[in-house]
Design a protein around this ligand. Structure first.
Ligand SMILES: [Zn+2]
Length: 259
């Protein structure tokens, strides 16, 4: 009987140790509703692995008109995209923080229109990182994949927040990247390629992660009609089943010369 109690105690101690280990936390910070698609298989896989994933989308997507649909830019489209983003986050199984900044952060209004929003965004992202205490952050790289000004601004904002202080824990920053060698032309490489040797983090995913990612993309019906989602999924299936990232590597020591 005594031995039995001992075994039980060991069992409970082990169970407590497991539950005391808090899950890893991942913050994915992007510009527009639907940008999350870029890393969606990774988000799905992370959720499956027990990671707490929080998706932060900065803008309201009010200017997101394209050749596939005939929505008009403005408040109506922003309202539609808010709901589409909720649907996508739910499908991916991630928590959502939608900051609802005006698309392009009012860049069309020049310095006085734009900069207060840029500063407010820096403050809000700092608050989110402070509150969530992530183990990893994923965002846009300097290419912004499509060179979109909002993508590049978000990547720069997150980098500024990350490098502004010692966060006091082991938190890693990753930039999404497209390997230069899969791009179709020299110009594409110049505009948005990252040399494969710099993409030091390559996370493989399974077909089920890709399936869930493209189910989530169907939520963004104002951007992609169903036939486009099917087409994009086929194109993605033809590529390596990996999400490529470039980790921001902090120096281990301070040097006293450039070379
Ligand atoms: Zn975007």
């Amino acid at each position: 009987m005594k031995k039995h109690v001992g075994t039980l105690l060991v069992f409970f101690a082990a169970a407590l140790t497991v539950s005391a280990q808090s899950p890893k936390r991942l913050l994915a910070i992007f510009a527009h509703p639907d940008d999350e698609q870029t890393v969606a298989p990774l988000l799905v896989k992370s959720v499956e692995d027990g990671v707490e994933v929080t998706l932060v989308i900065a803008t309201d997507g009010r200017l997101g008109v394209n050749e596939y649909t005939d929505y008009e830019a403005g408040d109506g489209l922003a309202a539609i995209r808010r709901e589409e983003l909720k649907c996508a986050a739910e499908t991916l199984g991630v928590k959502l923080i939608h900051l609802n900044y005006h698309d392009q952060l009012r860049a069309a209004e020049g310095y006085d229109g734009h900069i207060p929003h840029v500063r407010s965004l820096l403050k809000e992202i700092t608050e989110i990182v402070t509150r969530v205490q992530p183990d990893a952050i994923v965002t846009w790289g300097p290419d912004g994949a499509s060179n979109h000004m909002d993508h590049r601004l978000i990547g720069a904002t997150v980098t500024q927040v990350f490098t502004s202080r010692n966060w006091g824990k082991d938190v890693q920053l990753y930039f999404f990247g497209i390997p230069s060698d899969i791009l179709p032309s020299e110009e594409a490489v110049m505009l948005r390629g990252i040399d494969r040797s710099l993409l030091n983090t390559q996370v493989a995913f399974e077909p089920r992660h890709l399936d869930a990612a493209y189910e989530a993309l169907r939520c963004h019906a104002s951007q992609y009609p169903s036939y486009m989602v099917d087409k994009m999924k086929k194109e993605r299936q033809a590529l390596e089943q990996k999400v490529f990232l470039r980790q921001f590597i902090a120096p281990k020591a301070t040097k006293n010369s450039l070379f």
